[in-house]
Design a protein around this ligand. Structure first.
Ligand code: VGL
Ligand code: ZN
Length: 240
């Protein structure tokens, strides 16, 4: 008799886990999402100053619905926002005789020069997705003297609030995607791995500036332990 009660309880649990696999997976471990630099200046949709190929309105809508779905499923969503002063060191116009995409040495650092982009307070610096989805938007690149692709720290080593915010929320696993795969997505993902997070980058929800640098960035991320997924795959994210 007792055996059969235990047995039927086991069956009930099995049926429950079968019926609600996503719920059980999420309950296991809190997962954070970082949506990287989805801002007008990086999109063809908004005719941005540094428009990344493939970032038309349809792509941004795809990011919007993927992110909304993750939010509805209980994931905690964060964003990063490139947020430069007008006299920022990464802008070619601030280096007489230089043009965008030149690479210069500044002390021991190399700096790629860009057209002015994501200038603080300008329309095309806005994050294009519904800002209500984000628990926090972490700004980066605010110091005139240092560029910073990573959502965690700038090239001078100054930290953003990202690691503290994620730590306070108890997040140990991250899903990362956005713009650009070969710069801020890569740097943010690798910095997250260095800080001990388990990280998945979603290729289909990210776009890079050049195909060559993007291929190299994907290789680098994989070598550092980032799980690369074409699309969101909850089974593989739960298992990482
Ligand atoms: C980025 C170039 C300059 C990026 C930011 O978000 O990937 N790229 N600033
Ligand atoms: Zn920038």
């Amino acid at each position: 008799m007792r055996r059969s009660i235990l047995f039927s309880r086991a069956i009930l649990l099995g049926v429950f886990l079968y019926a609600f696999p996503v719920v059980t997976v999420i309950a296991q471990e809190k997962i954070g999402v970082i949506v990287v630099d989805v801002q007008g200046d990086f999109t063809t949709w908004k005719k941005g100053a540094l428009a990344v190929p493939g970032t038309d309105q349809a792509f941004i809508r795809k990011l919007e619905s993927a992110t909304a779905l993750l939010a509805r499923n209980g994931f905690t969503i964060y964003a990063t926002q490139d947020w430069h002063p007008a006299d920022h060191i990464s802008f070619a116009v601030n280096h007489p005789g230089k043009v965008p995409f030149d690479i210069i040495e500044i002390g021991s650092r190399t700096q790629t020069l860009w057209p002015p982009h994501c200038v603080q307070g300008t329309e095309r610096a806005k994050v294009l997705l519904d800002n209500n989805m984000f628990l926090a938007i972490v700004k980066k690149g605010q110091n005139t003297q240092f560029d910073g692709y990573s959502g965690f720290q700038d090239d001078g080593g100054a930290r953003t609030e990202m690691h503290a915010i994620l730590g306070a929320a108890g997040i140990r696993k991250l899903i990362i995607y956005g713009i650009a795969t070969d710069h801020s997505v890569k740097a943010t993902a690798i910095d997250a791995v260095i800080r001990g997070y388990k990280v998945a980058v979603i290729e289909g929800l990210s776009k890079g500036i050049t195909p060559e640098a993007t291929a190299k960035a994907l290789q680098e991320m994989r070598a550092k332990g980032v799980l690369l997924l074409k699309e969101i795959d909850m089974t593989r994210i739960a298992a990482m």
